[in-house]
Design a protein around this ligand. Sequence first.
Ligand code: HEM
Length: 409
Amino acid sequence: MTQADAALSLAMWSGTDRPAAAAFPYEQVVLALLATGKHRADPGVVEALRSARARLTDVRGPQRQRARLARWLDIALDKSDGCYDYQSYLGLGVLPVFDLVHPPATAAAALRHHDRVLALLLSDLCRFEVSAAARQTHVLPRLRPGIDRVRKRCRFALAAARPGLGRLGLADQIYAEDPITAASQLVYVMDLLTNTDDHLILRLTMLPVDTYHDEYLFLRVLQCFELLFSLLVVDVQDVISSLFAGRARLASSRLDAATGVLQEAQALWPLIATMQPAAFAHFRQNTEGASAIQSRAYKLLESLCARPAEDRLSSVAYLSVPDVRAKIVAGQASLDEAFRATRDRFGAASVAELHQAMERFAVTILRWRRSHLGIATRMLGTDESGTGNTSGLPYLATEKDRQVFRTSP
Ligand code: HEM
C-alpha cells in the first residue's frame, strides 16, 4: 500500500501542469523508502521519482525549495543512478551543515548553528528510540534493541547534546533521571523550537539503505560528526585569516574554542558504540561504495591544518575527494604554513600561546582517530576491510598517528 500510495502521489504531482515544489509528496515517498530501505526501493516508486525529476524545469516555487527538491531527488535516486556515495547516503546536500563558501559572520553564530542542529539531530534520534521502545513505529523493524540498550543509548545521546543545550539555555529543561523520560523531554523541548522546515529536513535526511533499527543511529551519528567537521573547517579557516591579519590572540582563542567542541564530540563515540555489531554487519552489505573516506569536510579540515604529505595526497585518502585535492594542489593555505609565515610578527608570548593551542587541537584530533579506530575494530570484528577501497583496519591503524601539524616551533 505504502509503495502504491507513493507512486500514485508522485504521478499526480508530475501530472500537474506546473508542479509546485512545496506540494511535492515528500512524506509519502520517504515512508515508501523507509519501508524497503533505499537498496530495495520499489521499482514503481523509482520510476515515478525519475518522472518527477524529469519535470524539474517546470517546477514553480521559491528557488531555495526548487533547488532542494532537485538535490533531494538525486539523493533518493542515488542507488538506481549508480552514483550512491557517502554524501548521498548521509543526505549531505540537504543537511544544514555549514556552507563553507558563505560561513556565518561570527564565531558565536557558527557555534549557535552547530548547537541547534546537533540538538535537532539527537532529539530526532531520541524520538525514534522512544517511539520504537513503546512500539509506536513500524519504521526499521529489524533487530530492535532491548530496553537496557535503549536506555543506555538515550543516556549517551543526551550527554552528547548537553553542552550545546547548555549554551542554548535549554539544559535545565531536561532533568528527568530516567534516560528514556529525559529523552522524551529533549524531544518535547526541541519540538517547541522547530518549524516545518526543520521537520522536513529531518525527514529528508533519513534514508537508510536497509530496514535494521540501528541504521537510524548510525546515520544520525555520522551526520553529527559531519556537522562538527564543517564547524571546525569554518573555525580553522578563521584562525588562518586571523593570523594573516596579525591577530594572534584571536587566532589562539578561536582554535581553543574549536578544540573544546571537538572534545565535547567525544561523547558521540559511546553513543555509536551502542550499535549492535550484528545489525551493522547486515546493513553494511548494502553500503558498499559509501565510505567516510569520501568525507570532504574531514579532508578539508585535515588539509587546512597542514598540507598533506605527497604519499597521502596521492593515495586513496585524497583521490576519494577530488575537489578537496584540487584545492590543495592549487595552493590552499594551511594553519601550519600560516603559523610559520607569520610568527616573526608576533611577540614570544603570543607565539607560545598559539603553539600550545595548536598542540591541544592536535592532541584532540589524535584522540578522535584512536576512538574511531576503536569503534571500527569493535564493529568490524575479524572483518578488517572497509567500504572505501582501503585495507580497512590496517589503514586506520597506520593513519591514526600521522602528525596533525608539521611545525615544531
Ligand atoms: C561505526 C563503525 C565504523 C566503522 C566500522 C568504520 C570503519 C572505517 C574504515 C574501515 C575506514 C577506512 C576507509 C574505508 O576503507 O572505508 C574508515 C574511514 C573513515 N571513517 Fe569510519 N568507521 C566507523 C564509524 C565512523 C564514524 C561514526 C565516523 C564519523 C564521521 C567515521 C569517519 C571516518 C572518516 C572521516 C574516515 C576517513 C579517514 C581517513 O581517510 O584517514 N567513521 N572508517
